[in-house]
Ligand binder design. Structure first.
Ligand code: 87F
Length: 484
């Protein structure tokens, strides 16, 4: 057995050294490889497959809603990036530049796209003439670079990452506003239905709103290390970019009008969130819908029964495949069954099917679930349908478990002391807040927390409800917590 191949387990526990656990997991499950550039990671096939699943799922939703895919250049001239000054504020330090081509210095620096509002809206100004050209709704799947200086965390905070960015233009504000919520609903489906991740769905506070936007919506996720993280965003840009890039159209009455716009994005950060949420001390745990291999068959081979066992294993494999389940038959020689169990557990294969000569005699197989470790003997008759159900059950159970964790982690707090206590206990505080910047400054310092978002569906606000921190009138209920 080559030492390179050996999948020794993770040497620390998730609840004892979360960050070391995550680092080892990513490498041992063959998700990530480090590159020569700090903050830039290689996505190995096990990870890239998950991203492809996300792409497939979201792409279908947005296309059915009328969005089309396109591709805009990676390099953005400095003059273009600077055109909508406000949006770049606070981000300028994170832009990476190309300054020369070969041996000659370029006359104008080119930004490596950190986001594509500028180059896309510069183009929209050429394309949009009349109300007949609207709505214009394009999306691109691409990479972006943001030169982060905080210490990088694979998937969560990397200098280059993959994402989709949607950029849309409408004749009316109402249509644009409606779309921000539609897209947020699509994102919610990606998180919950595909990745088994419960989310906090809401509107960002003023201070956390994208500088180029009138408002920003987000999904926030609470991770098992007690930190929240923004999962994705959907921004209403109002007419900010329309004015900066002069994107106008002739309405039905031949009046010139500025368009109303949105932008929305979801990145490979989602993979990090999903991995952190579900995985355990034995390695990766994957929701079955994301798994490259959904079931692995491990035959227990002895010389005198090898042929029979392998033949039955093949039969099970074909039956499962007919049900649309992706199956791998691990018939490698030279590895013990136990070694193979550990390897597939590390890689997060949702279901393991063990088949030995004794099982054959009883016309059964031993089936183990990756998430709970539960083992059961399943009769070979109808094993395909039962495994299909098991996979669906596991997909649901992972979501339920994560949802329970989220609900247990939210503490209602109506004063600063209680909020502080909740946050330092590693929880999210749910607070009635006035929403002002001045007030936020104060409680931020006291609690070390940030505002996450304000749920779209608000619980009833008591009349005269006061802000948890400054005791002025509260504006809405907000989630606050430690976050990335
Ligand atoms: C970093 C450097 C330059 C974030 C940046 O959220 C500019 C930016 O504009 C920047 N980091 N942003 C905000 C991105 C807004 C928006 N773009 C489309 C999204 C989703 C996708």
């Amino acid at each position: 057995m080559s030492s390179k191949k050996s999948t020794l387990g993770i040497t620390v526990k998730k609840d004892q050294d979360f960050s070391e656990w995550y680092t080892q997991l990513l490498q041992k499950a063959e998700l990530i490889e480090y590159s020569a550039v700090s903050g830039c990671y290689i996505l190995r096939p096990n990870a890239y497959h998950i991203w492809e699943k996300v792409q497939e799922f979201l792409d279908r939703l947005i296309k059915a809603d009328g969005v089309k895919n396109a591709y805009f250049p990676l390099l953005i001239p400095e003059s273009l990036l600077a055109k909508e000054e406000k949006h770049i504020q606070g981000f300028a330090a994170e832009v990476a530049w190309v300054e020369s081509g070969g041996h000659s210095k370029l006359p104008e620096r080119l930004a490596i796209r950190p986001t594509s509002e500028t180059i896309i809206n510069d183009t929209y100004a050429k394309w949009i003439r009349s109300h007949q050209d609207l709505p214009l709704r394009l999306n691109q799947w691409c990479n972006v670079v943001r030169w982060e200086f905080k210490h990088p965390v694979p998937f969560l905070r990397s200098r280059e990452f993959l994402w989709q960015e949607g950029h849309t233009a409408f004749a009316t504000k109402e249509e644009a506003v409606k779309e921000t919520y539609t897209i947020l609903d699509f994102y919610e489906r990606v998180f919950t239905e595909l990745c088994a991740l419960p989310v906090l769905k809401g509107r960002k506070a003023k201070t956390e709103t994208f500088a180029g936007a009138d408002y920003s919506l987000s999904l926030e996720v609470f991770l098992p290390n007690g930190k929240a993280i923004q999962g994705c965003t959907s921004h209403h840009l109002g007419q900010n970019f329309a004015k900066a890039f002069n994107i106008t159209f002739q309405d039905e009455k031949q009046q010139s009008q500025y368009v109303w716009q949105n932008s929305w994005g979801l990145a490979t950060r989602l993979l990090g969130i999903m991995i952190m949420m579900h995985s355990d001390d034995k390695g990766l745990v994957l929701p079955p819908r994301l798994a490259l291999t959904q079931a692995v068959i491990i035959p227990i081979l002895f010389d005198d029964s090898r042929v029979k066992v392998l033949k039955e294993a093949q039969k099970i494999k074909s039956a499962l495949e007919k049900k649309g389940i992706s199956v791998h038959l691990d018939d490698r020689e030279g590895y013990s069954p136990g070694w193979k169990f550990n390897e597939w557990e590390m890689k997060g294969v949702p279901v393991r099917i063990e088949l030995g000569p004794k099982d054959l005699e009883k016309r059964q197989a031993m089936v183990a679930r990756r998430d709970t470790g539960e083992k059961q003997a399943l009769s070979l008759a109808g094993v395909d349908a039962k495994i299909k159900l098991l996979l669906e059950q596991m997909q649901q159970d992972l979501h339920v478990k994560a949802e329970k964790f989220l609900q247990q982690s939210i503490v209602k707090a109506e004063n600063l002391k209680d909020a502080e206590k909740a946050v330092s206990a590693g929880k999210i505080a749910f607070v009635p807040w006035c929403g002002t910047e001045k007030c936020e400054e104060k409680w931020k310092e006291r609690t070390n927390a940030k505002s996450l978002n304000s749920p779209l569906e608000q619980p009833k606000m008591k009349s005269g409800q006061l802000c948890f921190a400054c005791k002025e009138k509260a504006n809405s209920w907000f989630y606050i917590g430690k976050s990335y």
